[in-house]
Design a protein around this ligand. Structure first.
Ligand SMILES: *Cc1c(COP(=O)(O)O)cnc(C)c1O
Length: 396
């Protein structure tokens, strides 16, 4: 999966983007907490403003610390260009509003992230953009809808929170036959486990808030792809102003140095925990693409290096069991986040899909008693013992 000519991912997370000339010998990227950048030479100022010379003018547009973050994720995704955002949702909404105009049609899946799904159901239709959401794993249906004509095919894999997998290469082919652009939310897999651009996507999006930052202390987003597309998305963001701030960029960069180590560890831990839960009588269903009985396991094996740090499961006894079970966990934040060094747990009805009504969640086939478990970097034996003691309150 690593580009064999360039450095490997474990090296890129540490070094990519950090070779700026302006740090005055500091080995670490400084937080350039400055709104604007001054020029004594008016001609130089003009050249930088017109993009004819490298430099920065105003931090809503570009900022040196933020630029390093953009460069690091660009190299990790092996993309031509990238731009950054204040949050993952800013990345997703700015991208969709850049690409779509009234009268256009977008095809996506029912299982996209809760906020993304709100964009599809509430905001895009207000601008006369037609949205078709397909059954997530029904590849024939998605291909059929794409062939009716669409401007954008928007995918997410693995999905949040039921860890479904879509075949990115297959659907990208179908979309390109129709001249559509393919956008993939790669938040769950990270570039360590999956490279959507290599699989044929045109744009890859991240909520950097999750695994990229990895420490649950900064919000951010990124989009990577061809220079042409990124230029348009950057221009839209420049005007809407959903820019990443330098302090957040610094925290994300610091976190990204350990992205490779964290994601490898979290993926290993998650597989062990999924296997453990599968063997427990209190557990109804386990959703993890690394399990051999996961319906899209073969696709996941083909397009992913490892299966990621997030899994979900249902326990017996309905939502009352969830109410009893969750507070018993010692090594888990009960919180609406994922991808951090600490284990984080929560039901989608109060986390990723809190914006949706119970009817909408039902339509997306998200059981109310589902528990999303984002595995941290703790010792897996401790996490398993913790789950074991908490499960003892659930009557099987
Ligand atoms: C969290 C998340 C988002 C939104 O990111 P924010 O940084 O919270 O705006 C988008 N997609 C996925 C898959 C996510 O998990």
């Amino acid at each position: 999966m690593d580009n064999c000519r360039g450095p490997k991912a474990a090296t890129k997370v540490v070094w990519a983007g950090e070779q700026e000339e302006m740090w005055k010998h500091s080995t670490q990227v400084p937080i350039v907490q400055s709104v604007s950048f001054g020029y004594d030479d008016i001609d130089e100022w003009l050249k930088v403003g017109q993009g004819k010379k490298a430099g920065h003018i105003y931090s809503r547009n570009t900022n040196p610390t933020v630029r390093v973050f953009e460069e690091k994720i660009r190299e990790l995704e092996d993309a031509e260009a990238s731009t950054s955002f204040a949050t993952g949702m800013a990345a997703i909404s700015n991208t969709l509003f850049t690409l779509l105009s009234p009268g256009d049609r977008v095809v996506s899946i029912k299982d996209s992230y809760g906020g993304t799904s709100k964009l599809f159901l509430e905001f895009l239709p207000r601008f006369q953009i037609e949205v078709k959401l397909c059954e997530t794993t029904d590849h024939e249906e998605i291909e059929k809808e794409v062939s009716k004509g669409c401007k954008v095919l928007y995918l997410e894999s693995p999905t949040n929170p039921t860890l479904k997998i879509v075949d990115i290469a297959r659907l990208a082919n179908a979309a390109h036959d129709e001249g559509a652009l393919v956008v993939v939310d790669n938040t769950f897999a990270t570039p360590i486990n999956q490279k959507p651009l290599e699989l044929g996507a045109d744009l890859v999006i991240h909520s950097a808030t999750k695994f990229l930052g990895g420490h649950a202390d900064a919000l951010g987003g990124a989009v990577c792809g061809s220079s042409d597309l990124i230029e348009k998305i950057y221009h839209y963001r420049e005007i809407t102003g959903a820019s990443l701030n330098p302090m957040a960029a610094y925290l994300l960069l610091r976190g990204m140095k350990t992205l490779y180590l964290r994601v490898c560890r979290q993926s290993k831990n998650a597989l062990k925990i999924a296997r453990f839960l599968q063997g427990r009588k209190e557990v109804e269903n386990v959703f993890y693409p690394g399990l051999e009985n996961h319906p899209q396991h073969e696709i996941a094996r083909r397009q992913m290096r490892a299966f990621g740090g997030v899994l979900s499961f249902t326990i017996k006894g309905g939502f009352d069991s969830v109410r009893n079970f969750l507070p018993r966990l010692k090594y888990a934040h009960r919180a609406a986040n994922l991808g951090s060094v600490e284990t984080i747990v929560g039901p989608p009805s109060v986390t990723s899909h809190v914006e949706c009504t119970p009817e909408e969640r039902k339509a997306m086939r998200i059981p109310e008693e589902l528990i999303r478990y984002s595995v941290g970097i703790e010792d897996v034996e401790d996490l398993i013992s913790d789950l074991e003691q908490a499960l003892s309150c659930v009557s099987a």
